[in-house]
Design a binder for this molecule. Sequence first.
Ligand code: DHB
Ligand code: FE
Length: 286
Amino acid sequence: MTTIVGGIGTSHVPAVGAAIDNGKQDEPYWRPYFDKIQPAREWMAAEQPDVCIIVYNDHASAFSLRLIPTFALGVAAEFQPADEGYGPRQVPAAQGHPELAWHLAESLIGDEFDITIVNEMDVDHGLTVPLSVMYGEPSVWPCRVIPICVNVIQYPPPSGKRCLSLGRAIRRALDSYQGSDADGLRVAVFGTGGMSHQLQGERAGLVNVDFDTAFMDELIAEPDAGCLRPHTEYIREAGSEGIELVMWFVMRGVLDDEVDEVFRMNHVPTSNTSNGLLILQNARAA
Ligand code: DHB
Ligand code: FE
């Protein structure tokens, strides 16, 4: 059986990727952020997941308005960094895990989660920045990656409740995996996006740390209540892009009902976003 090493909730701010890629971590604007995330990187280095399931949203890089899957699963052997208009990030390609990904597809669809299967897809900052946040700048990513895309770009996005249910269905799939490397396979799951931010319009730059803190508290302790928050509340309280936070419920659903908070930080400013990072682990038996 697989081992769930933990769940990671993290913003995926493109400027963080650019700061790393351009060697700006020691500049006064960036140093406080990178200092704060150092314990999370140490946790990741100690836990050494073999596979990271990264739940993120494609920002019209691989998909466009021509095709908008609500939930999509990458089953490829490799995912190249996407060109988002200024050339692809100079980060390693993500190596996939087709055997586990196809098991996820079979299990999810058998479980009435009719996910879109993606054989070929470039991955944008939504996926590559969280890897950089957790791993820094290795020459190859130290884990295999299974991307799961959630549409939060084009209305209507899925509900938080549906995202929590998807996470629970992914957990059932992980628990039933019997592939060639299943014994002791160490899996981490990322929910990315958020926290409060609005990139456009009159409220551009909106940050609501009180909301972000309450969101994290509820995600940990009362996910079945927190997931019922309507989309209008995300927009009102967390800005138009705050809806990305529903993806954290997929991560939460993979974990047990009882979890321990291993690490939490919130940092402002990084670009326009309240930048959050949360690590949860299944609660240890007392
Ligand atoms: C920013 C945040 C995002 O989540 C995103 O997709 C693009 C930009 C930002 O804060 O600049
Ligand atoms: Fe985003």
